[in-house]
Design a protein around this ligand. Sequence first.
Ligand SMILES: [Zn+2]
Length: 284
Amino acid sequence: MKVSILTKSDKRLSFIVEGIDTELANALRRIFLTEVPAMAITDVLFIENSTPLYDEIISHRLGLIPLTTDLDNYILSERCTCEGAGCTKCKVEIQCSVAAKDTNRNVYSSDLVSSDPKIKPVSDKILITKMSKGSKLLFEADARLGLGKDHAKYQAATKATYKYFPEIVIDQKLLKDYKFKGDNENDPLVKFCPRNVYKWEKNELVVTDIMKCNLCNYCLKIAEVPKGAIKVRWIKNKFVFFIESSGSMPPERIMLEGIKILADKVKYFGELVKNMIEKQSKAT
Ligand SMILES: [Zn+2]
C-alpha cells in the first residue's frame, strides 16, 4: 500500500492510496469514521441548574461538543488498568461554574474548565444555554475516549469518503476531423463538462486537471464527439480519499491511526486463522 498526500489544511486532508482493492478502501473509510477514538463528555453531575434548559438537555448538548483529543497520553477506559473506573490515563474532569449576577448572559464552551489544558472544546463559541439574571449553572463532568461506532459524538472524522482515481485517454487521431477542433469557445466538451476538465491547446484536446473528473461520463454522451476518441475509466487499486476532522485532532493523525487500526485488525484475524488451522491439524 502506498499513500501520498494531495492537499491538506487544519481540518481537511485528501490523499491517494494505491495498491488496495475496493473492499479494503471501504474498510479504511469505515475505520476513519467509527474506530479512531476521540474525546467526548460522558457523565455530568449537576450541582445547580436554574437555567431554562433541563439537566438532560444540557448534558446532551455537552456530549456533542467536540473536544481536542490527545491519543498519545490517553487510552480507552475499557483498555485501561483502572478497568473503567476512571483515572488520569483515561479520564479528564471538566467543570463549569457560571452565575448571571447582574444581567442575562449566555454560557459558551469557553466557560468549561478542563483539568488538562490539552483537552478542551475545539471552539470557544459553542452555545450551551442562555441564562436570565439571577440564575446559576454549576456542574462537574467527565470526558473519556470513545469510538464513533458506539456514538457519533466520538467521531474524530466528520467526513471520510473515497473515489476511484480517474483516467482519461484521448485519441488525437480520431479527433482530426472533429467539428469543434481547437475551438475553446464553442466545443461542447469544453463548454459543458460540469468539472471543466477539457481544453484545447495547440489543436490538441488536453485534460486540465485529472483530479477534477468525477467520472460522470457526460463527455461520452456528446453526439458530435467521434466514437472512441475519449475513454473515461478509473484506475484499479488506486483511490482518492477525503477526510474532514471535527477539530479533535489533525486529519493526518486520523489517517495514520486508521491505517494502524486496520493493520492491527488484519494481524489479529491472521492469528485467529492460524490458531484455527493448528487446532484442526491437531484434531485430525
Ligand atoms: Zn483508567
